[in-house]
Design a binder for this molecule. Structure first.
Ligand code: NAP
Length: 247
């Protein structure tokens, strides 16, 4: 995969899956914009790792749920590089509770962090990429958006919404050569899954045909493919990265 001369913004790239996506895409020759919200030292660390390996990186702070900040940050990127070639909407949260105990605030917080931020990113990317008649967006949804899960009605709604929304954007972007796809990770080792009890992790692992948890790198490679020209005839697609947990 060759991306020389191209740039990408990855939301929530200071740690976990987003940080790995940034490192992998930089290895493929992309200039990566590392978005973070709350911990500059983590974003700096990702930037240093990329630069010490000879890659190009820049840091941009904004809360992806804040429309004004997101738009202003894209302006900064375009002023710096003259364009935005690729976007990865990765920022996301969980706030798990059984539905019977879930308040509207619990529900809305996850919809805002995952679905609303993704909508803002897709809409603004489509505006920019339409003008240049080139671009590709990958949205990090989840296996939970495909099959639901106990205690995750808010998260499932947000991620299922991302999948359906990406397909709608794919229709709108296609005439302008702008592609929208989703990656749906299964059970990936990260801070999000480290909070789970060991017995929950063990039970999940037993039900994964490839018999291991996924790694952030597994997700990053799928993202790189969907962004690349090798996927230039693929839009509106959902690429599962789940070890066979949900086929
Ligand atoms: P993580 O380690 O908790 O990292 C999430 C990242 O998103 C953090 O850098 C966080 O930054 C950022 N973020 C959250 N809300 C944000 C906002 N409003 N604006 C900007 N950044 C924000 O989670 P992860 O496991 O890497 O997950 C990354 C993505 O993959 C998420 O969308 C998640 O739903 C999805 N996913 C994960 C798994 C899994 O098994 N881990 C499975 C399926 C899908 P702060 O620390 O500053 O808040």
């Amino acid at each position: 995969m060759k991306f020389n001369g191209k740039n990408v913004l990855i939301t929530g790239a200071s740690k976990g899956i987003g940080a790995q996506i940034a490192k992998t895409l930089a290895e493929y020759g992309l200039k990566v914009w590392i978005n973070y919200r709350s911990k500059p030292e983590l974003a700096e660390n990702v930037k240093e790792i990329i630069e010490s390996a000879g890659g190009k990186a820049a840091i941009i702070k904004f809360d992806a749920t804040n429309e004004e900040d997101f738009i202003a940050s894209l302006k900064v990127i375009v002023e710096s590089d003259g364009k935005l070639d690729y976007l990865v909407n990765n920022a996301g949260i969980t706030n798990d509770k059984l539905a019977l105990r879930m308040s509207i605030d619990d529900f809305q917080s996850v919809i805002d962090a995952n679905l609303k931020s993704c909508f803002i990113g897709c809409r603004e990317a489509l505006k920019l990429m339409s003008k240049q008649r080139f671009g590709s967006v990958v949205n990090i949804a989840s296996i939970i958006g495909e099959r639901g899960n106990m205690g995750q009605s808010n998260y499932a709604a947000s991620k299922g919404g991302m999948i359906a929304m990406s397909k709608s954007f794919a229709y709108e972007g296609a005439p302008r050569n702008v592609r929208f796809n989703c990656v749906t990770p299964g059970f990936i080792q990260s801070d999000m899954t480290n909070d789970l009890k060991p017995e929950v992790i063990e039970n999940y692992t037993k039900s994964i045909p490839l018999a291991r948890l996924g790694e952030a790198e597994d997700v990053a490679q799928a993202v790189a493919f969907l962004l690349s020209d090798g996927a230039s005839y693929i839009t509106g697609e959902v690429l599962k990265v789940n070890g066979g947990l949900y086929m």
